[in-house]
Write a protein that binds this ligand. Structure first.
Ligand code: SF4
Length: 322
């Protein structure tokens, strides 16, 4: 495994854009079919009222977004949404709960959700906050394929965005999940007022984990009313595309997901992100609480670009390359 230094990552990031894109596309082609994009569906299984204070998030009870807190939704409702997602071509079903960590009373329902999604022949993913050893084992034994736990930004900038937990706690949970043989989904959010160096450091942290995450979601901040980042200046789209390309080169076997923020991107920008090596998206017109392009719009864009949805079989073939 390559160990990335900040200097090498910076050099990669700072090169002329055309050279960076050319290199990223070459790396992409060595590991994946460049005309296939994996589709995941994200469902909020428990919305709002979160005890954490993530400055970007409308679900934090500490931010003034006014989003009401809901209870954990019923297992059958989750599975009904998973069936719809499968019919629309999604191969992975991601379930997100606005928690600092799951409570013991929630574990049976979470296990039933994973088992139900697996029985539909889909990959399962959850994002539930911090996990202890017993919780990790229960989720793994239920068949959980992926655990999402974003590091969000650099270690340096982290306290500017979140104060109720530390960057080190984030890494601890990632290590615990990896040790249980659950695949990792971990990335970050760009456009939160960070410097380019923070974006590079975030990628260095992810690429230098004992094994890089299999999924790397790169989000463009969608400023949410009532949150501390509601009025932040938008990030230059070219700076965003650079990060996608650098992520592709530094983590060549990972799925780089063009995640939240797509509804604010032009078709041309999304096409450039796919060229830079993004090969996964969330489908459906809602993410956890934010909007997302609908399936019709995505399929029309795929058609224009000659992109096909990635199936489980071609995903495996792509990963076997090189
Ligand atoms: S990002 Fe997650 S942990 Fe942070 S406030 Fe929102 S729901 Fe809670």
């Amino acid at each position: 495994m390559t160990c990335w230094t900040r200097q090498d990552a910076q050099k990669l990031h700072d090169q002329p854009l055309m050279d960076l894109l050319f290199q990223a596309q070459g790396t992409h082609r060595r590991h994946f079919d460049p005309n296939r994009v994996q589709m995941s569906k994200l469902l909020s299984i428990k919305t709002g009222g979160c005890a954490e204070d993530c400055a970007y998030c409308s679900q934090s009870a500490r931010n003034g977004s006014g989003l009401p807190a809901s209870k954990l939704i019923e297992v059958e409702r989750v599975l009904s949404e998973a069936r719809k997602a499968r019919a629309a071509g999604a191969t992975r079903f991601c379930m997100g709960a606005a928690w600092r960590e799951p409570k013991p009373r929630d574990m049976d329902a979470l296990v039933a959700m994973i088992e139900g999604v697996k029985a539909l022949g889909m990959e399962s993913c959850m994002t539930l906050g911090m996990l202890d050893d017993d919780q990790v084992i229960r989720l793994r034994d239920a068949g959980l394929d992926y655990y999402n736990h974003n590091i969000d930004t650099s270690e340096r900038y982290y306290p500017e965005v979140i104060t109720t937990r530390s960057f080190a706690e984030r890494i601890d949970t990632l290590n615990r999940v990896r040790e249980a043989d659950i695949k990792l989904c971990s990335g970050g959010i760009l456009g939160m007022g960070e410097e380019a160096q923070d974006r590079i450091d975030m990628l260095v942290t992810l690429a230098n984990l004992p094994e890089p995450p299999e999924s790397v979601p790169i989000n463009m901040l969608m400023p949410q009313a009532g949150t501390p980042l509601a009025d932040i200046e938008p990030l230059d789209p070219i700076a965003f595309i650079r990060v996608i390309a650098v992520a592709r080169i530094m983590m060549p076997r990972s799925h780089v997901r063009l995640s939240a923020g797509r509804s604010g991107m032009s078709d041309e920008m999304q096409a450039m992100c796919f060229f830079a090596g993004a090969n996964s998206i969330f489908v459906g017109d809602r993410l956890l609480t934010a909007g997302n392009p609908g399936e019709d719009k995505d399929m029309a864009l795929f058609e224009r670009l000659g992109i096909q949805p990635m199936t489980a079989e071609c995903d495996t073939a792509g990963k076997a390359a090189e």
